[in-house]
Design a protein around this ligand. Structure first.
Ligand code: CMC
Length: 382
């Protein structure tokens, strides 16, 4: 038998390639997209500009951003066949499952643009990024028995999503906060979903297939699904004064507190810090229910940092404060994770395209620990 090799469960600590897209400094709790700190992008950029940065590796000049934003707007509307598919699935399926299936169906109704692979990848990326938010707005409205609202080309990406979701002109403060939420979720290195997208793409499969693979991996509660799971936990806690008992019971039962901990960050996730700031800003105008959720969060944050922060490096992550922020913007919890997927689609596209430039089939090993040379017995003798 082969000698047992060192096994890195969860591929922890393994480098599989080089990238110029995101740099995460987990020890100091810092994040950069193409060299720009997440704080400077959240303060100064827009989702459209950040998408350009992630796809091209540099900030756009004025004309370039105008052209890029126009292309994103032109790609917003979704084909009738996809709307029919959503209508059919909305009766029984959850939004994340509908998004996955709709994304998978999208290329069937999309004309190939140019034949030049670089241009094609770029056009497909824009199509994926733009249409994913339109698909989510359509899913949510159709689930509620409402009509699909066509995109408004006078609005930016985040504002248009709110308009397509609610049918009214969005409040500019809400639109800007959603824009920032989308910037914060746009990219995060080779996490589980990005790696899954790259692994699919490494077989020279196509971009849409890679994005569908990314959506599948993002769905779980250890990854993107933690935003919804974290809000469900706040509802389960119910009242701020129940928080410490809930956390102590969960920790003594070896349960995970959703929205805390990270494989890379052993410090405060910088995205969570920014989201917390916007939660505090929104809280004043929020209704009683949301204010109560925010109180539970502040209490849970304090208790978790005392119990696990310094000892184990378990701090709030991007999914902890997002729930009440999204609720304050009128975004229901069933579409939190789909919205995460839509925001992250740019990161997935950029990583896949970058990987294809120096493609190598991803094929790790597992150590076989079973038996060999067993005698095959006919079924009657087993
Ligand atoms: N609550 C309680 N204990 C935790 C948590 C948590 N959220 N996260 C880690 N721990 C403990 C864990 O039990 C273990 O303790 P011990 O050493 O006593 O066995 C220790 O911390 C190390 O945990 P680990 O499982 O080795 O850590 P990991 O790197 O595999 O886990 C994680 C990363 C995100 C899966 C985990 O922290 C977790 O399950 N968090 C809750 C789910 C969550 O919020 N996910 C979103 C992550 S950020 C956004 C994204 O990537 O999508």
């Amino acid at each position: 038998m082969q000698e047992k090799p060192t096994i890195n469960l969860g591929l922890e600590g393994i480098y599989f390639g080089e990238s110029r897209i995101a740099m995460i400094d987990g020890i100091n709790g810092r994040l950069y997209y193409c060299g720009y700190s997440i704080e400077s992008l959240a303060d100064n950029s827009t989702y459209e500009e950040t998408c350009y940065l992630i796809l091209h590796g540099r900030l756009p000049k004025g004309e370039e951003l105008e052209k890029f934003s126009a292309m994103m707007k032109e790609s917003r509307d979704i084909p009738q066949n996809i709307l029919d598919l959503i209508k059919d699935m909305a009766k029984t399926a959850m939004p994340m499952d509908i998004l996955r299936t709709a994304m998978s169906a999208l290329p069937a109704y999309q004309k190939k643009q140019s034949g030049n692979p670089d241009e094609e990848n770029f056009a497909e990326s824009i199509n994926i990024i733009s249409k994913s938010t339109s698909i989510i707005a359509a899913i949510e409205r159709i689930r509620k028995g409402l009509d699909y609202i066509k995109p408004d080309h006078s609005l930016g990406h985040a504002a248009n999503f709110l308009y397509m979701l609610k049918g009214t002109a969005p409040d500019s403060k809400h639109a800007r906060i959603l824009d920032i939420m989308m910037i914060l979720h746009a990219e995060h290195g080779s996490n589980a979903s990005t790696f899954t997208a790259i692994a699919a793409a490494s077989t020279l499969s196509d971009l849409y297939s890679a994005i569908v693979a990314g959506i599948c991996a993002l769905k779980g509660p250890l990854h993107g699904g933690a935003d919804e799971a974290s809000l469900s936990m706040l509802y389960a806690i119910g009242e701020p004064e129940n928080t410490s008992t809930y956390i102590d019971d969960a920790l003594s039962g070896k349960k995970r507190i959703m929205g805390f901990g990270h494989r890379i960050y052993k410090n405060y996730d910088p995205r969570a810090r920014i989201i917390k700031k916007y939660l505090e800003e929104l809280e004043g105008d929020a209704d009683e229910k949301i204010r109560k959720l925010a109180k539970i969060e502040m209490e849970a944050e304090k208790i978790m940092i005392e119990r696990l922060g310094k000892q184990k490096g378990i701090w709030p992550n991007v999914d902890f404060f997002s729930g009440p922020v999204y609720l304050s913007l009128g975004i229901p919890k069933e579409i939190f994770t789909p919205l995460f997927a839509a925001s992250r689609s740019v990161g997935w596209c950029a990583h896949v395209i970058e990987y294809w430039k120096n493609n190598r089939l991803i094929r790790p090993l597992d150590y076989y620990s079973g038996e060999i040379d067993l005698e095959y017995k006919p079924i009657s003798e087993r």
